[in-house]
Design a protein around this ligand. Structure first.
Ligand code: MG
Ligand code: NI
Length: 474
């Protein structure tokens, strides 16, 4: 007989989605599915609009990571113009992209995941939040707030607006970097670097408490994809596609992003509006791959900055070959924060970046353009086609959270099987299922091209599909 089982809602995640955990008659987990339930079609909505409006429109896809869309969109438009943008403009876009990564990773690690990591997966759910962290480790909480503010501040200083900065435009950026802003950034940089290093050291000293989670939180072989520099280094703004396997053997390398459709297929499942991209040559669903911090550090040969490269050595020691446990997205995220800060500092110290020539002007010279960059959560593609009048005829967006859809589903199932056994589901066990998703840090407002933030629901169903319980915190 079906039983009512209390389930706390999935919280501390951005967007609107649900998990359905299906139990067999004996109470063991049969399947666990991650659905995305909201949909708003930006791809259709932009048809007929002038292409030069795209960066400002696309930045509105997401309140969490507008900068990633802004950058990918501006890059796609650069291709429509077929111009080489001024070098300074490129450097400033890179800087803003890094600032976005730092603030987004800080949000993920400190605000969303540090309650689990500091207080424990089984701690009192009423206190397992940022306020609980403030009580138990005030410095960790303060560090998280300061670091996130710093990233947001840099975006605001560069773009003039914290949310949806319409600053990157086709052909470059709207305004140059001033000496005053540069000095502000450099003034606060030592504190930010200290925070990043201190947090990385803390995480390295404490993740050992989570051996069981490391083993079961999406720990499986897969492909890993991302952009790399010509020498195989970590890359966020530009670069070519690389895919490696679980042993870090090269599957594809230095592939031009506009050729992405040759390698990436997008499957559609009836249970979710979020498409399931896969590596075409292996087919669906065998072609599962992961993107984002874990993938980027698995594919890259080096980071290219001193502190991050030193930290990368520790990360490599986790496993020969690629690091497979999704739990280590956290570790990778902290290394990327360090890298991002080092890169921003490097840019600030380059006097060429005060150059005031930051935009190239042209009419459209091409009818098709693909812009790709690494968003905080993974590779982002904006692909546009226009007519002779510069009006959009077609758009395709492949967003970071989508790439991870197959792997997230598999990870949730692995964790649910390991931790959930009917008839009783302790809260801490359910929290682990949520925590798996938090490792991937999906941006659901982004992945459904939907606006706003909504919570995730969890549903427990019996073998016949009857809902045993369903909850959602407002
Ligand atoms: Mg799409
Ligand atoms: Ni987003």
């Amino acid at each position: 007989m079906p039983r009512d089982i209390a389930i706390d809602p999935v919280t501390r995640i951005e967007g609107h989605a649900a998990i359905t955990i299906r139990l067999r008659d004996d109470g063991e987990v049969d399947t666990a599915l991650f659905h995305v339930t909201q949909f708003r079609g930006f791809e259709k909505f932009v048809e007929g609009r002038p292409f030069h409006e795209m960066p400002s429109i696309m930045a509105r896809i997401c309140g969490i990571c507008p900068v990633a869309h802004l950058i990918a969109s501006a890059k796609a438009c650069d291709q429509l113009l077929a111009v080489r943008i001024p070098e300074t403009a490129e450097h400033l876009r890179r800087m803003m992209n890094m600032a976005q990564m730092v603030q987004s990773h800080a949000l993920s690690f400190f605000h969303l995941s540090s309650p689990d990591l500091l207080l424990g997966m089984d701690s009192d759910p009423a206190a397992r939040n940022l306020f609980g962290v403030v009580k138990a480790n005030p410095q960790l909480a303060r560090d998280g707030i300061r670091l996130r503010q710093f990233g947001q501040q840099i975006i605001e200083w560069l773009g003039g607006k914290r949310i949806h900065p319409v600053w990157a435009v086709p052909g470059g950026v709207m305004s140059p970097l001033t000496a005053e802003v540069r000095d502000h950034i450099l003034e606060r940089m030592p504190e930010a670097l200290d925070i990043a290093q201190r947090t990385l050291d803390w995480h390295r000293d404490t993740y050992g408490r989570f051996a069981e989670e490391i083993e079961s939180f999406g720990n499986f072989p897969s492909l890993f994809m991302g952009l790399v520099t010509p020498s195989g280094g970590l890359q966020f703004y530009d670069g070519k596609l690389r895919i490696v396997d679980q042993d870090r053997r090269m599957v594809i390398d230095q592939v031009e992003p506009p050729d992405y459709m040759d390698y990436i297929g997008e499957a559609v499942e009836p249970f979710s509006y979020l498409k399931s991209p896969y590596y075409k040559p292996l087919g669906y669903p065998q072609g599962m791959y992961r993107v984002g911090p874990l993938a980027r550090l698995n594919i890259a040969d080096h980071c290219g900055t001193p502190r991050a490269d030193e930290a990368l050595e520790g990360f490599r020691a986790l496993r020969q070959g690629a690091v497979l446990s999704s739990f280590h997205y956290h570790y990778a995220r902290l290394i990327e924060i360090l890298y991002g800060l080092e890169k921003i500092e490097e840019r600030c110290n380059d006097p060429d970046n005060l150059n005031e020539h930051v935009r190239a002007f042209a009419e459209p010279n091409c009818y098709e353009g693909v812009g790709a960059c690494e968003a905080p959560r993974g590779t982002l593609f904006h692909h546009y086609r226009i007519d002779r009048n510069g009006l959009m005829t077609w758009a395709n967006l492949v967003i970071a959270t989508g790439h991870n859809n197959l792997a997230m589903n598999r990870a949730i199932e692995q964790a649910a099987r390991h931790f959930i056994r009917g008839p009783e589901i302790p809260e801490g066990m359910l929290n682990r299922v949520e925590a798996v998703i938090r490792c991937y840090d999906p941006c659901l407002s982004c992945s459904t091209h939907a606006l706003g933030r909504m919570p995730l629901r969890v549903r427990l169903v019996d073998a016949a599909g009857k809902t045993l319980d369903e909850r959602e915190r407002s």
